[in-house]
Design a binder for this molecule. Structure first.
Ligand code: DP6
Length: 338
């Protein structure tokens, strides 16, 4: 098939998006082809970390090219990006291949959710370079096809990705539940772990093996709607006493279905586990929950706390052997064109 000029739009666009950290985890798809999850999830979009992506459709190109952090990439990452642009081409009628230039201001594939910010930025840049005028909701549905968690990075602040029930996925989308300024003192202390193993399998594959083999997956599915509603309410009331124990309960549930997957999925190192233990002991000593841990499919740990407590918590956590450094992040803004 010959590939013609972009039918409409300028053919080039730049978009920026931030990673997010899930308070309620997405783990398991009811329809992998459409990227439809079993359960709704909820996250906080982060500030300071950013992916900036430029997409330029060009009728002279013979294939999609990916330049990641200044380096031309061939292999699975290029294939994933190219497959994603096929969705954009399908929807827009654009037939050209593109050059994709993407850079992160934080380490790529380091367990810091580069696929969420990466596909959110690619969805925004790709859609607008192809002349598609999508609402943020429709953009979240497009981003989902690259990486589920990317659907949430379209919005800033606290974001819920609704699983929906329809087979066609029309009721499956992300929406903001509290903007970036809703809770100004809310902090995410990111605890970076030394020698965190690089992820070998994409989460999209690992989670389906949990669905098939973990004996606790069904039980987790039964618990999530109630837990998510309580977490949503605690966020709207800015109530850490209710919220922090629920975040840890959710993280423990996620970890237990991972560990009981056959073969077992163990993302943590001894240092990550020491961070979890330290958070529990700080809460015990304080006599109330002053911090909450969570982690994704990787060894780094995120510890939520309020601004007044964050500095002391960072000092405690930095003393743990194997903790490389900590970052203190706040709520970030929505993905946007540049
Ligand atoms: C554990 O949708 O980011 O972070 O792109 O394959 O890595 P990949 O999958 P992705 O899976 C996210 C899983 C999670 C939980 C979450 O973010 O909700």
């Amino acid at each position: 098939m010959s590939r013609g000029v972009a039918r409409h739009g300028e053919g080039r666009a730049v978009f920026e998006a931030a990673p997010n950290i899930a308070l309620v985890k997405y783990w398991g798809m009811r329809d992998p082809a459409r990227g439809l999850p079993y359960n709704s999830s909820l996250s906080l979009t982060l500030d300071r970390m950013r992916t900036r992506t430029t997409v330029c459709f060009d009728p002279m190109r013979e294939r999609d090219e990916l330049i990641l952090n200044g380096e031309r990439i061939d292999g699975p990452a290029r294939a994933d990006a190219s497959r994603f642009l096929d969705y954009v081409r399908e929807r827009s009628g654009v037939t050209s291949f593109a050059e994709i230039r993407s850079s992160n201001n934080f380490p790529t594939a380091s367990g810091l959710a580069s696929s969420a910010s990466g596909f959110a930025a690619l969805a925004g840049a790709g859609a607008s370079a192809a002349g598609l005028r999508l609402t943020p909701r429709a953009l979240s549905q497009l981003a989902r096809l690259g990486s589920g968690s990317a659907s949430r990075s379209i919005f800033g602040g606290f974001v819920e990705w609704r699983a929906g029930t329809r087979a066609d996925g029309r009721d499956c989308y992300a929406r903001p539940i509290a903007g970036p300024r809703h809770w100004p003192s809310f902090r995410d202390v990111v605890v970076l772990i030394d020698d965190a193993p690089v992820k070998k399998t994409r989460s999209a594959e690992a989670m389906q093996s949990t669905v098939r083999t973990s004996p606790y997956y069904r039980e987790r599915q039964r618990e999530i709607p109630g837990r998510l509603a309580r977490i949503r309410r605690a966020i709207s009331r800015r109530d850490t006493r209710t919220l922090f124990p629920l975040i840890m309960e959710e993280c423990d549930s996620f970890r237990s279905v991972c560990e009981t997957t056959v073969p077992s999925l163990d993302y943590l190192t001894a240092s990550s586990r020491a961070v979890l233990a330290e958070v529990r002991s700080m809460n015990d000593a304080a006599g109330l929950p002053i911090a909450a841990y969570t982690h994704d499919a990787g060894a780094h740990v995120h510890v939520f706390a309020l601004a007044g407590e964050a500095a002391a918590i960072r000092r405690r956590l930095r003393r743990i052997p194997g903790v490389r450094r900590t970052l203190e992040l706040s709520a970030g803004t929505a993905a946007h064109p540049i």
